[in-house]
Design a protein around this ligand. Structure first.
Ligand code: ZN
Length: 289
């Protein structure tokens, strides 16, 4: 088809359609056009689904899978202080933890990012969900601005209120065809799927809190915790009604001791050791190991 005919078709087709509708007396609801009138087009997600990462460690698909998420990356530096960038700290810690878990042999482990690149917040737990992970652990580091004295690690789970809201959102989004904790909710009525999502959410929430407790227990005397070590908040990456999840704030990049510890191989190894132990005990308690 020549370009001219193509263009003519593009221009003429809508005119022909409207003409045809007028001839057939089909009426379209036409809004009052005003200055504030905005037309919105719903476009598909630009990025689409990201590729799933490599699984390290056990080759046995029935062994539990933990997905480790190094926060920030690429042009998103995260918190910056004392010559340390959060995106570098999180990646170094994630890689150290991966290596420690791989050594144990019977756990499968994957990273949402293995290099310096940016991922959208929602993509991070989504990768874990698509891989049907048992546990999602997001790693971050904090900033206290000018207050260099603030230091210590803490571990977050989703707050109860945010957790119910997340379940409701998830139920709406996934109602049509998806699986939650291995239970297919496709084809169920809205009421039934909402109940299933809530049950799944409650189970995931309890497991998440248990995991957070294990991190503080295993890390006692070994990791430098903030005085309030276990916390809850409405964090996007923790909206995971179908798996346990937690976010580890590894320390403050604005505190010199924390920054030095997080950037040193010894500090990273200590973190990996404690966290791998907590993950292991968690999987045993969940009956996954
Ligand atoms: Zn962060």
């Amino acid at each position: 088809m020549s370009l001219r005919v193509h263009l003519a078709l593009i221009v003429l087709l809508p005119i022909a359609l409207i003409g045809g509708m007028m001839a057939a007396d089909i009426k379209l609801p036409v809004p009052q056009w005003g200055r504030e009138y905005v037309l919105k087009f719903f476009l598909p997600e630009a990025s689409g689904q990201v590729d799933l990462p490599t699984i390290y460690g056990s080759h046995n698909p029935s062994d539990p899978l933990v997905v480790i998420d190094a926060g920030h990356g690429g042009r998103d530096l995260g918190a910056v202080g004392a010559g340390v960038r959060e995106k570098d700290v999180t990646l170094a810690l994630a890689l150290a933890l991966r290596d420690q878990l791989v050594e144990q042999g019977d756990i499968r482990v994957a990273l949402t990012r293995e290099e310096d690149r940016l991922l959208a917040l929602e993509e991070r737990p989504d990768i874990a969900r698509r891989m049907e992970a048992e546990l999602f652990l997001s790693i971050h580091a904090d900033s206290a601005g000018d207050n260099e004295a603030v230091s210590g690690a803490s571990i977050y789970t989703l707050s109860n209120r945010a957790s119910s809201a997340a379940a409701a959102r998830f139920a709406r989004r996934e109602n049509d065809a998806d699986r939650i904790n291995g239970v297919s909710i496709g084809g169920e009525s809205d009421e039934v799927s909402t109940i299933l999502v809530e049950l799944s959410q409650r189970r995931s929430q309890m497991a998440s809190v248990e995991f957070a407790g294990l991190v503080t227990r295993e890390g006692e005397g070994e990791l430098a915790f903030h005085s309030q070590a276990q916390r809850s908040a409405d964090l996007v990456v923790l909206r995971t009604p179908d798996m346990a999840s937690a976010l580890f704030e590894s320390g403050f990049v604005t505190n010199q001791d924390d920054a030095a510890r997080l950037m040193s191989p010894e500090g990273q190894a200590k973190f990996a050791e404690v966290m791998a132990r907590a993950i292991r005990v968690f999987f045993i308690r969940q009956g996954a190991l």
